[in-house]
Structure formats: structure tokens, C-alpha cells
Design a protein around this ligand. Structure first.
Ligand code: ZN
Length: 208
């Protein structure tokens, strides 16, 4: 198991000791072994030992682990955390975000498993053994703990930026989800007597 994912797991477990692990996963089972999955030790380290670079974290908001917030947090670390460089990605609730296509934000995920019960994290093909903290759960300093005016100003600026970034991310995810739903509905209508082309045309007109 990539050490970075052990670090992430330890932070997740420390923050929510009683969380459900029903949909957790690390090293692939026999079913995984037949598929092209990062849960298999495809990567070989310097000594030739196989490394698994993926982990699943069960969505259990009541138990103290909100996979939606975690997915958003890990997404914000892509390209910044040493383990989340080239090859890293996050899948959650029919959406995927990757370091390689970070500028596109969250995109619809087209795999057969929508990952609605757990968040899947694949770390990069290098730096995977980094034990640097994942900063989970995100800590927020109270205003009275801040020393100087400048520090307060910086924090306010950061908070405003974070607010807009979060709104943007939420927006992106909603759009991606809508797109996914639309694709699904159209796929279902294909082969029925419904005039799919006419619907598409009407919807395009509406948008214009
Ligand atoms: Zn997975």
C-alpha cells in the first residue's frame, strides 16, 4: 500500500474513530485482480515490490466522515501534495477530477460503478510513499487566535477566495451531474418511439 494512503487513512480514522468502513477498500481482492484497477499492485518500486496506489473511503456523514467534503478537500490538494502529482485522481458520486486535467475541474465519470458509497482516491505514479499530512480534517483558526491585523486581513481574503472557489466547484459538480443525467436519459430514450433528435433540438433552442 502506498504510504501516503496509509497517512490519509490514519487521519480519516483519527477524525472519525467510529465511522463505517463498510465500503472501504485498499489492496484489491480476486475480483479486482482481473480488472485494470489501481487497487492492484501494478506499480513496481525500486526493489521491484508491487505498490497499490488506491484507497476507498466509505461515505458515512453520521459517523463523522463526509465523503463529499473529503473529495473536495483531496481535489484541492491535487498537484500540490507530493503524492498527488501525475496520475492522481479522485472519483466520487459519478464525478472524477484528476491532476492531469485539473483545469477542467470535476467531470462526469463514465465507469460502471458511480462511487456513491465511497470516495476513491488514486495517488500519483511517483511520490506515492510521501508521508506528508493530508491536512484532514481541515483546521480553521478562530479569529481570536490570530496575532496581527495583517494575519486577519490575509485570512479574510483567503476566506472570500475559498467561498468563491467552493461555489465554483459546487457549480461545476452540478453541471457535470446534469450532463451525466442528460446522457443517461437520452441513452434510455434511444431505441424507443420518442424523437430524441427533436428533444435535443428543443433543449438546444432553450439554451440559446
Ligand atoms: Zn476504489
Amino acid at each position: 500500500m502506498a504510504r501516503s494512503l496509509d497517512t490519509a487513512l490514519a487521519e480519516v480514522n483519527a477524525a472519525a474513530p467510529k465511522r463505517s468502513k463498510a465500503s472501504d477498500g485498499g489492496i484489491g481482492d480476486a475480483a479486482h485482480a482481473t480488472r485494470d484497477s489501481d487497487h492492484n499492485p501494478w506499480i513496481k518500486d525500486a526493489s521491484g515490490t508491487g505498490v497499490v496506489r488506491a484507497r476507498d473511503f466509505t461515505h458515512d456523514p453520521a459517523g463523522g466522515f463526509d465523503a463529499d467534503a473529503f473529495a473536495e478537500h483531496v481535489a484541492s490538494l491535487l498537484g500540490k501534495h507530493p503524492a498527488l502529482g501525475t496520475g492522481a485522481y479522485v472519483i466520487w458520486d459519478w464525478l472524477i477530477i484528476s491532476t492531469a486535467r485539473l483545469r477542467e475541474g470535476w467531470r462526469p465519470y463514465s465507469g460502471s460503478n458511480g462511487h456513491t458509497k465511497h470516495c476513491h482516491v488514486s495517488v500519483g505514479t511517483s511520490g506515492y510513499d510521501s508521508t506528508q499530512t493530508w491536512g484532514w480534517p481541515p483546521q480553521e483558526k478562530e479569529w481570536f487566535e490570530m496575532a496581527t491585523k495583517e494575519e486577519l486581513r490575509t485570512v479574510v481574503r483567503e476566506e472570500i477566495k475559498k467561498h468563491f472557489d467552493r461555489e465554483k466547484a459546487r457549480d461545476q459538480r452540478e453541471k457535470a451531474r446534469d450532463k451525466k443525467r442528460h446522457q443517461k436519459v437520452m441513452a434510455l430514450l434511444k431505441g424507443t418511439s420518442v424523437d430524441v433528435a427533436a428533444i435535443e433540438a428543443a433543449l438546444t433552442e432553450e439554451e440559446a
